[in-house]
Design a binder for this molecule. Structure first.
Ligand SMILES: [Zn+2]
Length: 468
């Protein structure tokens, strides 16, 4: 396969610009030759008038990133959404007029009947290409767009406008001598025959993150189109800090079956999703995913992995330079963080190489342990609510769960104090604070509510006793 790409989703929690450089080194070492970079609000576009995230890298930092990619023979593939996933722009009042459905319409996608939305996209593309002048492949996104949203300007022929728009965007980059990529799913939903309407040479990227639709792949291949595959190697699950590894391995294995069958598939992107859109909570992205990137790279380079346990243990030994029970550690991330805890703690102290990844895993697993404990306390308190309110729980029970309230707060504070300095080596301070706030801030607020409920329950129990 010609292009083996990992994905840096900057919608989400990004590494610092300096640490981002070492991520490139690690991907090159694993056998990738491309990285798809989805900038979103982390690129300081002049044309959006300063409405980027406070942790956005500077253009100079992006230039350095581009140079490091080149040095490591990694093609940097910019991804700039051309239809939907645009809430990072459209949420702002000054861009409301571009929304699909008019100013009161959706902040998710812009109106394709408006020439201004195309002009803005072109201007943003120009800024990206100015920073990455060696770009050979450009991804115009265009996934998950709603073709049925009511809009006076578009009328009822949104799918035609969509095809016309993505064709224009693709041609825009093709004219500059680059290959154009786009996600395939809108075509998959509204008629794969419409791929024929795209300009020649546009490469659809077929993303299938669970089971593979082999019939669809077969039809794509039979149509003579060149296309890419895309797996999901990382995505959040119920907003834990680490994501589960096994479903991702299963998806990569599926793609491992597909790729040798079809020479029409010339590239693959292992997607690592930070979040759906900038209004949903952030997740950690690339550095956290270093095991799954290795798993995908091995599959793309040498075929399906037959023994996952052996692969996990061999990976760990090579990557960290120390022998541990990596299989158990990795398998329990997200699901049973207590089982991963002693192994990842040992790894953090003993790793001879890539201690950064060991520390990141340790910290995220520690957060997951807290989330799990807090959820357990809350679920119990919720189930007991009627009894708490009536003052029917004996002292022993109430004080046990009041102790839970104390531990929810104190242990969380202790863990956060321990991991914060560690994580600030890798993530911008405000980014880390945002992540912690989104994972634990509301939970700690809710914990105060339970403190009140339980304290009142203890008091009421005593009053009830006096009545007897
Ligand atoms: Zn419209």
């Amino acid at each position: 396969m010609e292009i083996k790409a990992a994905h840096l989703d900057m919608k989400s929690m990004i590494p610092t610009a300096d640490y981002g450089l070492t991520v490139i080194d690690e991907l090159a070492e694993q056998g990738f030759n491309a990285i798809v970079v989805e900038f979103e609000d982390k690129f300081p576009f002049d044309v959006t008038q300063g409405l980027h995230h406070p942790c956005a890298w500077t253009k100079e930092e992006f230039r350095r990133f581009g140079i490091r990619c080149k040095e490591k023979n990694i093609k940097l593939v910019p991804l700039l959404q051309s239809v939907g996933h645009l809430d990072y722009i459209l949420k702002y009042p000054k861009f409301r007029n571009l929304r699909d459905g008019g100013p009161e319409g959706t902040s998710y996608q812009w109106c394709l009947a408006l020439e201004e939305s195309f002009d803005l996209w072109c201007a943003m593309t120009e800024e990206l290409l100015e920073v990455f002048p060696d770009t050979e492949i450009f991804h115009i996104g265009a996934d998950e767009c709603n073709m049925k949203l009511p809009c006076e300007a578009c009328g009822t022929n949104k799918i035609d406008l969509y095809i016309k728009r993505v064709s224009r965007c693709a041609e825009y980059v093709q004219k500059k001598g680059m290959k154009a990529l786009l996600w395939d799913d809108v075509f998959r939903r509204y008629g794969a025959d419409k791929f024929a309407l795209l300009p020649k040479g546009v490469i659809p990227c077929v993303w299938m993150y669970g089971e593979i639709d082999f019939n669809y792949i077969e039809r794509m291949a039979a149509s003579g189109l060149e296309f890419w595959g895309a797996s999901c190697i990382q995505a959040h699950r119920f907003y834990y800090a680490m994501s589960p590894q096994e479903p991702k391995m299963a998806n990569v294995d599926e793609w491992g079956k597909v790729h040798p069958m079809y020479p029409q598939i010339t590239g693959h992107i292992g997607t690592i999703w930070g979040r759906i859109e900038c209004q949903s909570p952030i997740d950690s992205t690339l550095p956290q995913s270093m095991f799954m990137t290795a798993y995908l790279a091995e599959t793309l380079n040498n075929g399906i992995i037959k023994d996952r346990k052996k692969f996990a243990d061999d990976f760990g030994k090579k990557f960290f330079g120390v022998e541990l029970d990596y299989d158990t550690m990795l398998r329990n991330f997200c699901y049973e963080p207590e089982y991963s805890a002693p192994i990842v703690a040992e790894l953090k102290d003993k790793a001879l190489r890539h201690r950064d990844i060991a520390e990141i895993w340790y910290a995220f697993n520690a957060i997951d342990r807290r989330i799990l404990y807090i959820n357990l306390c809350f679920a119990n308190n919720e189930a007991m609510l009627k009894i708490w309110r009536e003052g029917m729980a004996p002292d022993e029970v109430t004080s046990n769960w009041l102790d839970g309230v104390r531990r929810c707060y104190e242990d969380t504070m202790e863990v956060l104090a321990e991991i914060r300095p560690m994580m600030l080596k890798y993530f911008p301070e405000k980014m880390w604070d945002e992540f912690v706030d989104q994972r634990l801030g509301a939970k700690l607020e809710q914990n105060e509510y339970w403190r009140h409920v339980l304290t009142a329950a203890a008091r009421k129990w005593k009053e009830n006793l006096k009545k007897i």
